[in-house]
Design a protein around this ligand. Structure first.
Ligand code: NAP
Length: 180
């Protein structure tokens, strides 16, 4: 996961608007490390709503294969047939089939989509950039789940004295170790 959220944990306004992301001070036109992150990624799995948002930008920014998770979308909009592929089914099966195609490092994007992966403990790394705004309401990055997942802090950067970008790695118990 590589995502930006408000201080209060929202990734978009209730209506899906992400204008507040573009208001971040960025005099040098930095990508804040996005290209570096993408260079290690084999493919992107994004929720249908995130796909519709990025398709609405007009300019396609991805050079890696994109898989759109959806059970309602039967075909991609005209012009996107060679840019993305629709997928659905069990997340573990989806991951296994992408791994078989040699696509190992998957970038998971979209609120409900990420929540589905978290629910099944399928997130290995989380890069979370906090934007200094309290939106008050919106589309949440996280929702309630039944279990706790431990992460190790890898690195935190303060970007343009405004953004707090933290990388976390999932720490999983070794099976049979008996340790928490
Ligand atoms: N702040 C940021 O960095 C950032 C990053 C990404 C996105 N966003 C914003 O977040 C919003 C989108 O997030 P969201 O939570 O509304 O939606 P989302 O995760 O992008 O998309 C949700 C949709 O994905 C499909 N989906 C998710 N899990 C599925 C599963 N296991 N099986 C089948 N289909 C599945 C479903 O599509 P169907 O209904 O078609 O079945 C579901 O309605 C947009 O406004 C976007 O701009 C912000």
């Amino acid at each position: 996961v590589y995502i930006a959220a408000s201080i209060d944990g929202y990734i978009a306004r209730k209506d899906g608007n992400i204008d507040w992301l573009a208001e971040v001070p960025n005099p040098d036109n930095s990508d804040f490390g996005f290209a570096d992150f993408m260079s290690d990624i084999d493919a992107i799995i994004m929720g249908r709503i995130t796909f519709e948002t990025v398709a609405g930008f007009g300019e396609w920014v991805y050079q890696k294969p994109v898989f759109v998770l959806s059970s309602s979308m039967l075909q991609l909009p005209a012009g996107y047939e060679d840019k993305a592929e629709i997928i659905n089914g069990e997340l573990n099966d989806i991951i296994a089939s992408l791994h078989e195609r040699g696509l190992k490092n998957l970038y998971i994007d979209g609120g409900r989509t990420i929540q589905g992966f978290i629910e099944q403990d399928l997130i290995d790394e989380l890069v979370l950039t906090r934007i200094p705004i309290l939106l008050g309401s919106g589309i949440p990055l996280f929702t309630e789940t039944d279990r706790e997942l431990q992460f190790e802090h890898v690195k935190t950067e303060v970007l343009n004295n405004a953004l707090i970008k933290s990388r976390y790695k999932r720490t999983r118990e070794e099976q049979g170790s008996g340790r928490r």
